[in-house]
Design a protein around this ligand. Sequence first.
Ligand code: SF4
Length: 314
Amino acid sequence: MAEFRNEFSWSFTRHKTFEECRRRYYHTYYGYWGGWSPDAPDRARLTYRLKNMTRTALWSGDVVHRLIERILGDLRNRELNTLTRYQKQARDILNREWMQSVEKKWQWKPKHNVNLFEHYYGTEIAPEDRAAIRDRIYACLANFMNSTLFGRLADLRPEAWKSVEKLDRFKVGEVPVFVKIDCAVLGDPGLRIYDWKTGKEVDETTTQLGCYALFAFQEWRVPIEKQTLISFYLGLDRAVEHVPTPSELIDTKDFILGSVGRMAEALDSSIQKNEAREENFPMTERRAICRRCSFREICFGTREWTPEIENWKP
Ligand code: SF4
């Protein structure tokens, strides 16, 4: 049987983690390794548990993505349900996963049971905040199903669907790069790549979509001028379209290679061996980032957030 190795790869999420806190990057991509096994050292098991933790904002965004994937699947199969039905399904998911977190089911299967940061670290979620999460999800689904964009998708022929929420891999230089495109369809006048956004508008979207455009260019052979990248801000009911240019494609490639180079410098070995030591990945000094970080328990040895930690210097 082939050896199961922690292989080096690049993704936009990995890049963001690396730039935000090197220690978090270490925990997320190296320290957790093997922590899924009951026989693993306690530290690796704790790291694996914390790596799989999520925050309510991310969790609710993930629920929206899962529901849209379901809606699009039903649309393609001509089995589309009503908006109310999908909102009820979202509520059922929220209730079920909320209880997984409350009942700590993640203790046995961290990857398959939701563990909310707020529960784990004792941050109160008021009933009205929980209701607001549900209402935001309902609004995102309503905006999606009532949009012109959804109407266009409903009119597509079966062969026009290119990808929905599929994890794809391609290479930039020698490095495997992962992308997960929310939705890509072939239409008139070309390829349309959609990204569902549940948060506010941010600049980094351009780089992330640039990675999708590069993937579509390299793997699907779609010329850059035939691509349209669309960020749909579901909560705001606003779609932002962008046609990438050849120079943006070059910039994206350079961006990825630059990011890979910085990650490689921090390793103890070649990228192929992918060996890392924790001490080479310093903790951030920005305590505001730590306060929201799942790995707090490892870095500070406690789940409490105290004035000493607030003022602590590495
Ligand atoms: S708690 Fe702070 S130092 Fe530790 S991994 Fe998280 S952000 Fe980095």
